[in-house]
Design a protein around this ligand. Structure first.
Ligand code: ASP
Length: 322
């Protein structure tokens, strides 16, 4: 009888909608699938600082790098669904679903989405001393020298790899891909002239482009950015219809109590209205999403549709990983 009563109380504690009242009572770990200093790391850190303040609890950033972001995703998928292990990931979580044949998690069902965070265009950039001075010149240069060139990316399944794959298809020339653990280290090597090219979010490239530490050829949006008026769109500079952007979202493991998910989503929505956060993101041409998009439903819909959108495009390239 006594045991039954204890079990009933324990059950009520686990299932009660008041479960989130004491949450979070200890630090939360936010897994970042790419190295420090890159776009995902920046989005994670800027967002986590504001969410921490609102939650009154520390959010610890852990860069769990490797395998194009799938190592962090796999860890998040098998973490305890208690709200203390979260994952931030970008568009790559949807492309990896097709690129990797043996993922230990089902991308469409392994996570409890919390909300979209940001959206950022990408830029095609090169080491500062690469000879071409325009996208048209770059394309001719690649056609003549592509066999000797290198394209840095954050691994198979990263946004930079997706952009590079679309770019190489568009220029009809393969360039040797050099995988890194994130675009933070890619940028360091590009600036130092160790690799020739990359394509990365403005989150990471706005500063180096402005400081002329790298050569920039095109932005991957439909229209030019007002903050970079001299940078043509890929479409207008010669790659018709070339458009790609990277969205970020935050996830918990499937099975996390819904009131915790709601609390985190509401906190994310409040964080994205914070003027300091908005300014920090504006300065790096990264758009915080609308309040409607910082929701579980919007991230779920985006994830499902993006997995389906990229699957046939990736299958057509016939590049897979195990
Ligand atoms: N933005 C990078 C990419 O997807 C990864 C990173 O955030 O470091 O290529």
């Amino acid at each position: 009888m006594k045991l039954k009563a204890i079990a009933a109380i324990a059950f009520a504690m686990v299932t009660s909608p008041a479960w989130a009242q004491n949450y979070p009572s200890k630090p939360i770990t936010l897994l970042v699938p790419f190295a420090a200093g890159g776009a995902t790391d920046t989005v994670a850190r800027v967002t986590a600082v504001t969410m921490s303040k609102l939650l009154g609890q520390t959010i610890i950033i852990e860069n769990a790098t490797g395998a194009g972001g799938t190592i962090a995703a796999a860890r998040a998928a098998r973490a305890d669904p208690d709200g203390y292990t979260l994952l931030i990931h970008h568009i790559g979580i949807s492309t990896a679903a097709t690129l990797y044949r043996n993922l230990s998690y089902d991308t469409k069902t392994a996570f409890a989405p919390i909300g979209l965070v940001t959206n950022a265009p990408m830029t095609i950039i090169a080491r500062p001393d690469l000879p071409p001075n325009s996208l048209a010149e770059l394309i001719s240069y690649i056609k003549a020298n592509g066999d000797k060139m290198t394209f840095g990316n954050a691994g198979l399944g990263a946004a930079s790899q997706l952009c590079g794959m679309l770019f190489m298809t568009a220029v009809d020339k393969q360039i040797l891909a050099v995988p890194y653990k994130g675009n933070g280290p890619v940028m360091n090597d590009l600036i130092a002239g160790q690799i020739d090219l990359t394509c990365d979010q403005t989150t990471n490239t706005t500063g180096p482009i402005a400081a002329k530490l790298v050569k920039s050829y095109a932005i991957t949006t439909k229209t030019r950015l007002s903050s970079m008026p001299d940078l043509p769109t890929a479409d207008e500079a010669g790659l018709k219809g070339f458009e790609v952007a990277a969205w970020h979202g935050i996830y918990a493991p499937k099975g996390t109590p819904d009131d915790i998910i709601q609390k985190l989503s509401k906190t994310l929505q409040a964080a994205l209205r914070d003027p300091d956060l908005v300014k920090r993101f504006n300065d790096i041409n990264t758009d915080p999403v609308s309040q409607n998009d910082a929701t579980p439903a919007a991230l779920k819909a985006t994830l499902l549709s993006e997995v389906d959108r990229w699957a046939p495009i990736i299958r057509a390239t016939n590049q897979f990983a195990d």
